[in-house]
Design a protein around this ligand. Structure first.
Ligand code: SAM
Length: 221
């Protein structure tokens, strides 16, 4: 299929702009990143489908609308330092890399972290650094972050991530007591000790598994 550009534009118009995503910087970023490059080859025809898609390790690449919604909620400026937890395919990291000069992303599955790193490099996203590890602990060497995006649902916002937010920084994260549904929240750091939390609506994400997330079980990965 060679009409990916057309499909990408349809995605922008029908899935994003029509549903209230009006941040032009975010629309431009999703209009630039080739989503088809981050999809398993046997699913490439669905690259611009309005849904998440399966990737390796029983994980998912998020629905474009959710990537746009969460990215817009971060209120990014080009010189913001951004941390993503849950690299997955690397797609959202590329979107962030289109907007910001410095992006760090952490993935707990080594195979996914390795593939995403190669893919991002191939596509020229040299401003995105990928690490294999537990993102619930953050990336202290590069903190503080102006924005943190967590692409997996945890019981609550990890304390380490809250502490690694700059004053005035924003974190967007799905939280909730259920593994099947969460609410998306934006947490803004007001000062050293105070945070303000806003509810952005209901979502459904794969679990955030780690020291400050859910515990790994045999039937989960
Ligand atoms: N942003 C991704 C993309 O654009 O393809 C989608 C991410 S997928 C919905 C969530 C990812 O979070 C999975 O790849 C999962 O392995 C990862 N994950 C879950 N818990 C994690 C943790 N504690 N640290 C890092 N990654 C984690």
């Amino acid at each position: 299929m060679d009409n990916f550009e057309e499909l990408r534009q349809q995605m922008i118009d029908r899935q994003l702009a029509a549903r209230g995503i009006h941040d032009q910087t975010v629309l431009n970023a999703l209009g630039t990143v080739p989503r088809e490059a981050f999809i398993p080859t046997d699913l490439i025809e669905f690259a611009y489908k309005d849904s998440p898609l399966p990737i390796e390790e029983n994980q998912t690449i998020s629905q474009p609308f959710i990537v746009a919604l969460m990215t817009a909620a971060l209120e990014l400026k080009s010189d913001d330092r951004v941390l993503e937890v849950g690299t997955g395919s690397g797609y959202a990291a590329a979107v962030l890399g289109e907007i910001c000069e410095t992006v760090y992303t952490i993935e707990r599955h080594k195979a996914l972290a390795d593939t995403a790193q190669i893919k991002l490099k191939e596509l020229g996203y040299t401003n995105v650094q990928v690490k294999h590890g537990d993102g619930t602990l953050g990336w202290v060497d590069h903190a503080p972050f102006d924005a943190i995006i967590v692409a997996a649902g945890g019981p609550e916002a990890p304390q380490a991530l809250k502490e690694q937010l700059a004053i005035g920084g924003r974190m967007v994260i799905p939280v909730g007591a259920s593994l099947n549904s969460q609410k998306l929240v934006r947490i803004r750091r007001i000062n050293e000790n105070e945070y303000e939390t806003e509810d952005l609506g209901g979502v459904r994400f794969v679990p955030l598994i780690g020291v400050a997330g859910w515990q790994e079980k045999n039937n989960e990965s």
